[in-house]
Design a protein around this ligand. Structure first.
Ligand code: ADP
Length: 620
């Protein structure tokens, strides 16, 4: 398996630094040598003076070294003067008497010392300058390299066994695993397929909500096939500089091909792979170039290259059709949110290494967590362990798990937030309103818990939980959801009057309007506009804004608004009828909430046992 460990070679800049250091040391030594030792400055005198002094007997010794004379005067044992004679004539020829009392010593000039010295003076500065320039050039190149490294992909290679994921590490997701087992086989035995003339698929799209285990599955494919796994996120391709994305794609594919057979995993492919089109003004040219490069690289795979690209997204509908054509991401694996038994399996995986009390009920948690992804469940298990550790307990209890679940699902309790008595009462009526309408409405999920302790940005919470997993929602169920969502605001209205309602209901109303619009526009659940959807397509991007193409007339738009308004009106009338008809139960629940702050499922049912659905609120 390929390794990414850098080789222990010295960096060129280190070598240069060392060279420069020694050059400076040598040059320094030469200067020291030049300034010390035998290089005293002797007095320079004309040759005629030397001859005269010698003839007079004032000089005891003359050393002749080429045409250089070193003169030792009488009464001294050290040379004090120098002179230069004419190289063509001897001392006698220049006037030295033959009987002058002077010793003339002839030495062959020590050429080496001088030549070396002269050479050093010339060469060392040149070498120093050369080294300096070389160093500067390297430095500049280094920066250049860094700039070029920008275009390199930041793909992470997972190859070592410690991080290896295999299919058995992934709980549930059986259908997806089955699909991907085929890919594992392609990677393991490509010859088998080639022999029959089959083309090995180049791209598999993993489609599913965030946290459903797409990355894990892709890694497991690599783990099972025992091939390197290059992982990169779509958003990493897009940088400030034009052309970087495309260059990263090129680099990523080149790396993978070098390590083939291999898996490339592109997370969030929708970040680059959105439908191309009306990108006016060039704002999205960069993204398009990146996408084009991905397409080019995938087309460029020859059959033998054996690199398979897995890409993950939760928005397959926004992808460019060119990505989905045969030969590219022509295979698709849908990864759904886990069902109850899969949730139980996932929870068991994540509680495996966490000591829990005997009576801990994983099954009950699995039942409560409909709609949670694998990542949510992993998060709950982790939070439970943290909560248990904070209590300094050695084992995780059921209460820890419940607290962890609630923390993950609706945010942590904000007990520290102080509410005054009036606000507390108002919140209690608001939440009791939701709970009562939800409890009485025949097609609503049962109330799981009501609390007036602020949680995750809300003043209080009324929590409805489906008794079992549900894949579809009917019109009457939607209508009950709308009525209970408006129950809070209507309760405030009944108790405090029309103009004393508060901002506490803001998010309820937004949610209700969203649901009503979704019913009419996306689900064909309007009264007049039944069985027809008015989905607005994301037309494309114009100067960073998504343009909507409205595939219906202004009249229809008005009709949609009317339908939405009617749904909301009907819901608030039903809520009002329910609350007014059961005023005693409403008061009782609100009182209990003020007292206890949090009331659980069974207690809520007990307090509201006499509440009934009035005729005006019945849908059938
Ligand atoms: P995605 O790529 O779909 O967003 P990931 O593969 O990154 O999701 O999953 C996030 C985390 O959720 C994983 O690290 C794992 O802990 C947990 N998880 C998700 N699905 C499963 C599963 N089926 N079995 C076990 N753990 C899972």
């Amino acid at each position: 398996m390929a390794s990414t460990a850098p080789s222990p070679k010295k960096k060129p800049s280190t070598i240069l630094r060392i060279t420069l250091f020694w050059a400076v040391v040598v040059f320094g030594a030469l200067i020291v040598y030049a300034l010390t030792g035998n290089h005293e400055n002797l007095k320079q005198v004309p040759i005629s003076d030397v001859i005269t002094q010698a003839n007079k007997g004032e000089v005891t010794k003359i050393v002749v070294e080429g045409n250089q004379l070193t003169i030792t005067p009488k009464g001294s044992d050290k040379a004090t003067q120098t002179s230069v004679k004419d190289s063509s004539s001897s001392l006698q020829e220049q006037g030295l008497n033959a009987d002058a009392p002077v010793t003339v010593e002839y030495k062959t000039p020590s050429a080496t010392g001088d030549i070396l010295w002269n050479l050093a003076i010339i060469i060392v500065p040149v070498v120093l300058i050369a080294v300096f320039f070389l160093f500067m050039m390297r430095q500049a190149q280094g920066q250049n390299n860094q700039a070029m490294g920008f275009g390199k992909s930041k793909a992470i290679l997972y190859g070592d066994d410690k991080k290896k994921v295999v299919f058995s590490d992934i709980a549930g997701n059986d259908a997806a695993k089955q699909d991907l087992e085929e890919v594992v086989d392609f990677l393991k035995h490509p010859k088998k397929y080639e022999a029959l003339g089959a083309k090995i698929p180049k791209g598999v799209l993993l489609v599913g909500s965030p946290g459903t285990g797409k990355t894990m599955l892709a890694r497991a494919v690599a783990g099972e096939a025992n091939v390197p796994f290059f992982s990169i996120s779509g958003s990493e391709f897009v940088e400030m500089f034009v052309g970087v994305g495309a260059s990263r794609v090129r680099d990523l594919f080149a790396k993978a091909k070098k390590n083939a057979p291999a898996i490339i995993f592109i997370d969030e492919i929708d970040a680059v792979g959105r439908r191309r089109g009306s990108g006016m003004g060039g704002g999205h040219d960069e993204r398009e170039q990146t996408l084009n490069q991905i397409l080019v690289e995938m087309d460029g795979f020859d059959n033998g290259s054996n690199v398979i690209v897995l890409a993950a997204t939760n928005r397959a509908d926004v992808l460019d059709p060119a990505l989905l054509r045969p030969g590219r991401f022509d295979r698709r694996t849908n990864i759904t949110l886990p069902e109850r038994k899969d949730r139980e399996a996932i929870l068991k995986v994540h509680f495996k290494n966490k000591p829990a009390e005997e009576n801990v009920n994983i099954d009950a948690l699995a039942a409560k967590t409909a709609g949670s992804s694998g990542a949510d469940l992993a998060n709950i298990a982790n939070e439970a362990a943290i909560i248990a550790a904070r209590r300094s307990s050695k084992k995780i209890s059921n209460a820890d798990i419940t607290e962890a679940f609630e923390k993950v699902a609706i945010g942590p309790e904000r007990k520290a937030k102080v509410m005054n008595e009036d606000e507390k009462r108002m919140t209690a009526y608001h939440e009791a309103g939701h709970a009562l309408v939800g409890h009485v409405a025949p097609d609503s999920d049962p109330v799981h818990k009501v609390t007036i302790i602020p949680r995750g940005g809300t003043g209080g919470v009324t929590w409805f939980l489906p008794p079992e997993d549900r894949n579809y929602t009917s019109v009457i169920e939607f209508k009950d959801i709308l009525a209970r969502a408006l129950g809070g605001r209507i309760a405030e209205k009944i108790i405090y009057g029309d103009d004393r309602v508060t901002t506490g209901a803001g998010s309820d109303l937004r949610k209700a309007t969203e649901i009503a619009r979704d019913m009419v526009i996306e689900q064909g659940m309007g009264t007049k506009l039944r069985d027809q959807v008015f989905h607005e397509d994301n037309g494309g991007m114009v100067f960073d804004k998504i343009t909507h193409e409205r595939p219906y007339s202004d009249d229809t738009a008005r009709e949609i608004d009317t339908e939405v308004a009617e749904l909301i009106k009907e819901a608030s009338q039903r809520a009002e009828a329910i609350l007014k008809a059961n005023r005693k139960s409403l008061d009782a629940l609100a009182e209990e909430l003020v007292k206890k702050e949090t009331i659980e499922e069974t207690e809520v049912a007990e307090i509201l046992k006499d509440a009934k659905l009035p005729k005006e609120a019945a849908l059938y």
